[in-house]
Design a protein around this ligand. Structure first.
Ligand SMILES: C[S@@+](CC[C@H](N)C(=O)[O-])C[C@H]1O[C@@H](n2cnc3c(N)ncnc32)[C@H](O)[C@@H]1O
Length: 205
């Protein structure tokens, strides 16, 4: 709703980078939207979802109960500190990067990514091109005023806290720098959909 339907497109861009099989770690998995997208395209994947919010994980578990074809399990924890088991072929996150310290985040998860494995992060960004920045400002201003009245249960998605965070965060550049520092190779950084979201991916050497 906040993304004007672009979320599906962004999730597809993430899924394109995910291997057909093996183990996937979905950090900040929330209620499991990305986990379900990955399982739909790649049914042989074994997925572990991690989130810091118990209520979201309860909804994640309910999704797994209703859709037993999703081969996943959930772990409650902070992506920066959670104890992980084993190695993963791919580590993904959608809307997590702006919340975490890239050094702590990569320091915690990198030892659990296989050599040759892929790291993918997606989140909102602030457009830098004025052609996109001015409509972005107008849209978020309107959503922050109209949204809470139309969808009272979704206040967290609309309040100025989220737009303020997007305005201040430089997660995309910070993550690219930190991936380089951690020795990742093939580091890519793309702006999506009129610079409203960013996608970063890289390979563990
Ligand atoms: C907007 S939701 C996105 C959920 C899901 N990735 C999706 O795309 O639908 C962001 C999620 O990040 C989680 N989160 C925020 N900080 C976190 C952290 N440090 N560690 C783990 N999860 C975190 C929140 O609890 C929330 O579920």
């Amino acid at each position: 709703m906040f993304t004007l339907g672009l979320d599906d497109h962004w999730k597809n861009e993430i899924v394109k980078l995910v291997p057909d099989s093996g183990r996937a770690l979905d950090l900040g998995c929330g209620t499991g939207i990305l986990t379900e997208c990955m399982a739909k395209s790649n049914p042989r994947l074994e997925i572990v979802g991690v989130d810091i919010t118990p209520d979201f994980l309860a909804a994640y578990d309910e999704r797994l109960r209703m859709k037993p074809w999703i081969n996943a399990r959930s772990v409650l924890g902070n992506a920066e500190t959670v104890a992980l088991e084993g190695e993963f072929d791919v580590i993904v996150s959608s809307y997590l990067a702006k919340y975490v310290d890239p050094d702590l985040f990569l320091g915690n998860v990198t030892p659990h990514l296989k050599s040759g494995g892929t790291f993918v992060a997606h989140d909102f960004i602030l457009p830098t091109n004025p052609l996109y920045l001015n409509p972005w400002r107008a849209y978020t201003w309107a959503m922050n005023r109209v949204g809470p009245r139309l969808f009272p249960g979704w206040h967290a998605a609309f309040d100025d806290g989220l737009t303020g965070l997007i305005r201040e965060s430089r997660w995309q550049d910070d993550l690219v720098r930190t991936l380089d520092k951690f020795g990742y190779i093939g580091i890519h950084s793309r702006k999506l959909s009129f610079e409203s979201a960013g996608l970063v991916w890289a390979t563990k050497a």
